[in-house]
Design a protein around this ligand. Structure first.
Ligand code: ZN
Length: 241
Protein backbone atom coordinates (compact mmCIF):
# COMPACT_ATOMS: atom_id res chain seq x y z
CA UNK A 1 0.00 0.00 0.00
CA UNK A 2 1.59 3.28 -1.05
CA UNK A 3 1.93 6.00 1.55
CA UNK A 4 1.45 9.69 0.94
CA UNK A 5 5.22 10.02 0.71
CA UNK A 6 5.17 7.87 -2.42
CA UNK A 7 2.47 9.84 -4.18
CA UNK A 8 3.39 13.17 -5.72
CA UNK A 9 1.35 16.19 -4.70
CA UNK A 10 -1.86 17.02 -6.54
CA UNK A 11 -2.07 20.81 -6.82
CA UNK A 12 -5.44 22.35 -7.73
CA UNK A 13 -5.94 26.01 -8.62
CA UNK A 14 -9.30 27.79 -8.27
CA UNK A 15 -10.28 31.31 -9.29
CA UNK A 16 -12.94 31.52 -6.57
CA UNK A 17 -13.42 29.84 -3.19
CA UNK A 18 -15.80 27.11 -4.43
CA UNK A 19 -14.48 26.34 -7.95
CA UNK A 20 -12.37 23.30 -7.10
CA UNK A 21 -15.06 21.70 -4.95
CA UNK A 22 -17.77 22.16 -7.58
CA UNK A 23 -15.60 21.29 -10.57
CA UNK A 24 -13.61 18.30 -9.32
CA UNK A 25 -14.28 17.82 -5.59
CA UNK A 26 -15.18 14.15 -6.01
CA UNK A 27 -11.85 13.51 -7.67
CA UNK A 28 -10.08 15.33 -4.84
CA UNK A 29 -11.85 13.14 -2.26
CA UNK A 30 -10.91 10.04 -4.22
CA UNK A 31 -7.24 11.07 -4.33
CA UNK A 32 -6.90 12.05 -0.68
CA UNK A 33 -8.60 8.81 0.43
CA UNK A 34 -5.97 6.97 -1.63
CA UNK A 35 -3.33 8.70 0.49
CA UNK A 36 -2.32 11.38 -1.97
CA UNK A 37 -1.48 14.82 -0.62
CA UNK A 38 -3.66 17.53 -2.20
CA UNK A 39 -3.23 21.29 -1.94
CA UNK A 40 -5.58 24.03 -3.15
CA UNK A 41 -4.47 27.48 -4.28
CA UNK A 42 -7.45 29.85 -4.43
CA UNK A 43 -6.87 33.09 -6.32
CA UNK A 44 -9.59 35.33 -4.83
CA UNK A 45 -11.88 35.41 -1.82
CA UNK A 46 -15.05 35.73 -3.89
CA UNK A 47 -15.30 39.41 -3.01
CA UNK A 48 -17.37 40.23 -6.14
CA UNK A 49 -19.97 37.54 -5.42
CA UNK A 50 -23.60 38.41 -4.75
CA UNK A 51 -23.63 36.48 -1.49
CA UNK A 52 -21.17 36.04 1.37
CA UNK A 53 -18.36 38.26 2.62
CA UNK A 54 -14.69 37.52 1.87
CA UNK A 55 -14.27 36.56 5.53
CA UNK A 56 -17.16 34.10 5.42
CA UNK A 57 -16.04 32.67 2.08
CA UNK A 58 -12.50 32.19 3.39
CA UNK A 59 -13.90 30.23 6.33
CA UNK A 60 -16.13 28.16 4.04
CA UNK A 61 -13.15 27.37 1.81
CA UNK A 62 -10.99 26.20 4.71
CA UNK A 63 -13.78 23.98 5.99
CA UNK A 64 -14.48 22.51 2.55
CA UNK A 65 -10.79 21.74 1.99
CA UNK A 66 -10.62 20.08 5.40
CA UNK A 67 -13.65 17.91 4.56
CA UNK A 68 -11.86 16.77 1.40
CA UNK A 69 -8.60 16.11 3.21
CA UNK A 70 -6.77 18.90 1.37
CA UNK A 71 -4.79 21.92 2.53
CA UNK A 72 -5.48 25.39 1.12
CA UNK A 73 -3.75 28.72 0.57
CA UNK A 74 -4.98 31.96 -0.93
CA UNK A 75 -2.98 34.01 -3.39
CA UNK A 76 -3.82 37.58 -4.39
CA UNK A 77 -3.84 38.37 -8.10
CA UNK A 78 -6.25 41.02 -9.45
CA UNK A 79 -9.23 40.10 -7.29
CA UNK A 80 -12.59 38.48 -8.08
CA UNK A 81 -13.97 39.44 -11.53
CA UNK A 82 -10.83 41.46 -12.35
CA UNK A 83 -8.40 38.70 -13.32
CA UNK A 84 -6.20 39.50 -16.30
CA UNK A 85 -3.77 37.24 -18.13
CA UNK A 86 -0.33 38.72 -17.63
CA UNK A 87 3.21 37.42 -17.34
CA UNK A 88 3.63 38.59 -13.75
CA UNK A 89 0.71 36.39 -12.63
CA UNK A 90 2.00 33.36 -14.54
CA UNK A 91 5.40 33.83 -12.91
CA UNK A 92 3.80 34.17 -9.48
CA UNK A 93 1.91 30.89 -10.00
CA UNK A 94 5.05 29.27 -11.44
CA UNK A 95 6.85 30.17 -8.21
CA UNK A 96 4.15 28.30 -6.27
CA UNK A 97 4.60 25.28 -8.56
CA UNK A 98 8.34 25.38 -7.99
CA UNK A 99 7.91 25.61 -4.23
CA UNK A 100 5.36 22.77 -3.97
CA UNK A 101 6.70 20.57 -6.82
CA UNK A 102 3.42 18.83 -7.72
CA UNK A 103 3.14 15.77 -9.93
CA UNK A 104 -0.25 16.73 -11.29
CA UNK A 105 -1.84 20.18 -11.64
CA UNK A 106 -5.57 20.93 -12.00
CA UNK A 107 -6.96 24.20 -13.36
CA UNK A 108 -10.30 25.51 -14.65
CA UNK A 109 -11.03 24.76 -18.31
CA UNK A 110 -10.36 27.25 -21.10
CA UNK A 111 -13.95 27.35 -22.41
CA UNK A 112 -15.04 30.96 -22.60
CA UNK A 113 -18.74 30.55 -21.83
CA UNK A 114 -18.25 30.74 -18.06
CA UNK A 115 -17.04 33.23 -15.48
CA UNK A 116 -14.14 35.10 -17.16
CA UNK A 117 -11.85 34.49 -14.18
CA UNK A 118 -12.15 30.72 -14.76
CA UNK A 119 -10.75 30.49 -18.26
CA UNK A 120 -8.22 33.24 -17.61
CA UNK A 121 -6.90 31.34 -14.61
CA UNK A 122 -6.78 28.21 -16.77
CA UNK A 123 -4.53 30.07 -19.21
CA UNK A 124 -2.36 31.42 -16.41
CA UNK A 125 -1.88 27.98 -14.85
CA UNK A 126 -1.01 26.46 -18.22
CA UNK A 127 1.58 29.21 -18.73
CA UNK A 128 2.86 28.84 -15.16
CA UNK A 129 3.30 25.08 -15.58
CA UNK A 130 5.56 25.79 -18.52
CA UNK A 131 7.50 28.63 -16.89
CA UNK A 132 8.14 26.51 -13.78
CA UNK A 133 10.52 24.34 -15.76
CA UNK A 134 12.43 27.14 -17.51
CA UNK A 135 15.83 27.38 -15.91
CA UNK A 136 16.75 30.94 -16.81
CA UNK A 137 13.83 32.93 -15.40
CA UNK A 138 15.43 35.29 -12.91
CA UNK A 139 12.23 35.88 -10.90
CA UNK A 140 12.02 32.16 -10.15
CA UNK A 141 15.53 31.74 -8.82
CA UNK A 142 16.89 30.36 -6.56
CA UNK A 143 14.30 27.56 -6.45
CA UNK A 144 15.20 24.76 -8.86
CA UNK A 145 13.12 24.31 -12.00
CA UNK A 146 10.29 21.81 -11.79
CA UNK A 147 8.52 19.88 -14.53
CA UNK A 148 5.02 18.76 -13.59
CA UNK A 149 3.78 15.37 -14.81
CA UNK A 150 0.39 16.34 -16.18
CA UNK A 151 -1.94 19.33 -16.42
CA UNK A 152 -5.65 18.58 -16.41
CA UNK A 153 -8.52 21.02 -16.75
CA UNK A 154 -11.73 20.65 -14.75
CA UNK A 155 -15.10 22.18 -15.64
CA UNK A 156 -16.66 24.30 -12.90
CA UNK A 157 -20.05 24.14 -14.66
CA UNK A 158 -21.54 21.90 -17.38
CA UNK A 159 -21.02 24.73 -19.89
CA UNK A 160 -17.31 24.75 -19.08
CA UNK A 161 -16.79 21.22 -20.41
CA UNK A 162 -14.85 21.67 -23.67
CA UNK A 163 -17.02 20.72 -26.64
CA UNK A 164 -15.72 17.94 -28.86
CA UNK A 165 -12.98 16.76 -26.49
CA UNK A 166 -13.21 13.33 -24.89
CA UNK A 167 -12.66 13.62 -21.14
CA UNK A 168 -10.82 11.31 -18.82
CA UNK A 169 -13.57 10.11 -16.48
CA UNK A 170 -12.64 9.46 -12.87
CA UNK A 171 -14.92 7.00 -11.07
CA UNK A 172 -16.07 8.61 -7.84
CA UNK A 173 -18.82 6.07 -7.11
CA UNK A 174 -17.97 4.88 -3.56
CA UNK A 175 -20.67 6.37 -1.27
CA UNK A 176 -18.08 7.78 1.15
CA UNK A 177 -16.47 9.70 -1.73
CA UNK A 178 -19.77 11.16 -2.91
CA UNK A 179 -20.63 12.01 0.72
CA UNK A 180 -17.33 13.82 1.32
CA UNK A 181 -17.67 15.70 -1.94
CA UNK A 182 -21.28 16.70 -1.22
CA UNK A 183 -20.35 17.89 2.28
CA UNK A 184 -17.52 19.99 0.84
CA UNK A 185 -19.88 21.66 -1.64
CA UNK A 186 -22.44 22.26 1.11
CA UNK A 187 -19.71 23.94 3.17
CA UNK A 188 -20.04 26.82 0.70
CA UNK A 189 -23.48 27.55 2.13
CA UNK A 190 -23.35 31.25 1.19
CA UNK A 191 -23.35 30.26 -2.50
CA UNK A 192 -26.31 27.90 -2.35
CA UNK A 193 -29.05 30.46 -1.80
CA UNK A 194 -30.24 30.96 -5.39
CA UNK A 195 -29.93 27.53 -7.02
CA UNK A 196 -29.29 24.00 -5.89
CA UNK A 197 -25.79 23.84 -7.31
CA UNK A 198 -24.95 20.76 -5.27
CA UNK A 199 -27.74 18.77 -6.91
CA UNK A 200 -26.69 20.11 -10.31
CA UNK A 201 -23.13 18.86 -9.83
CA UNK A 202 -24.18 15.50 -8.42
CA UNK A 203 -26.61 15.05 -11.35
CA UNK A 204 -23.81 15.91 -13.80
CA UNK A 205 -21.55 13.33 -12.15
CA UNK A 206 -24.41 10.83 -12.34
CA UNK A 207 -24.79 11.37 -16.09
CA UNK A 208 -21.04 10.95 -16.64
CA UNK A 209 -21.13 7.87 -14.44
CA UNK A 210 -24.07 6.27 -16.24
CA UNK A 211 -22.30 6.92 -19.53
CA UNK A 212 -19.25 5.08 -18.16
CA UNK A 213 -21.14 2.20 -16.57
CA UNK A 214 -20.48 3.30 -12.98
CA UNK A 215 -22.59 5.22 -10.48
CA UNK A 216 -20.80 8.59 -10.49
CA UNK A 217 -17.85 10.00 -12.45
CA UNK A 218 -16.25 13.42 -12.93
CA UNK A 219 -14.49 14.55 -16.12
CA UNK A 220 -11.00 15.96 -16.53
CA UNK A 221 -9.59 17.25 -19.80
CA UNK A 222 -5.84 16.66 -20.34
CA UNK A 223 -3.84 19.54 -21.76
CA UNK A 224 -1.63 17.05 -23.59
CA UNK A 225 -1.93 13.49 -24.87
CA UNK A 226 -1.66 10.98 -22.05
CA UNK A 227 1.10 8.41 -22.35
CA UNK A 228 0.72 4.78 -21.28
CA UNK A 229 3.30 2.03 -21.21
CA UNK A 230 1.03 -0.40 -23.01
CA UNK A 231 -2.56 -0.78 -24.14
CA UNK A 232 -3.00 -3.42 -21.44
CA UNK A 233 -2.85 -0.74 -18.74
CA UNK A 234 -5.97 0.91 -20.19
CA UNK A 235 -8.66 -1.37 -18.86
CA UNK A 236 -11.86 0.61 -19.23
CA UNK A 237 -13.61 3.01 -21.57
CA UNK A 238 -17.00 4.66 -21.33
CA UNK A 239 -18.54 3.03 -24.38
CA UNK A 240 -20.10 -0.37 -24.16
CA UNK A 241 -19.54 -1.92 -27.58
ZN1 ZN B 1 -15.87 30.52 -9.91
Amino acid sequence: MPTSKDLPLLLAFGAHPDDIEFGCGGIIARETRAGRPVHFVVCSRGEAGSHGTPKLRTAETKRAARLLGATVDFVTLDGDAHLEVKAAHAIKLAAIIRRLRPGTVLAPSLEQNQHPDHYRLGQLVRDASRLARYGGLKELKPRPAHAIGQLFFYAVTPEAEPAGLQPVLIDISPPEIVAAWTAAMEAHASQLKTRNYVELQVARARVHGLRAGVAYAQPLFPNDPLVFGSLASITAAARRF
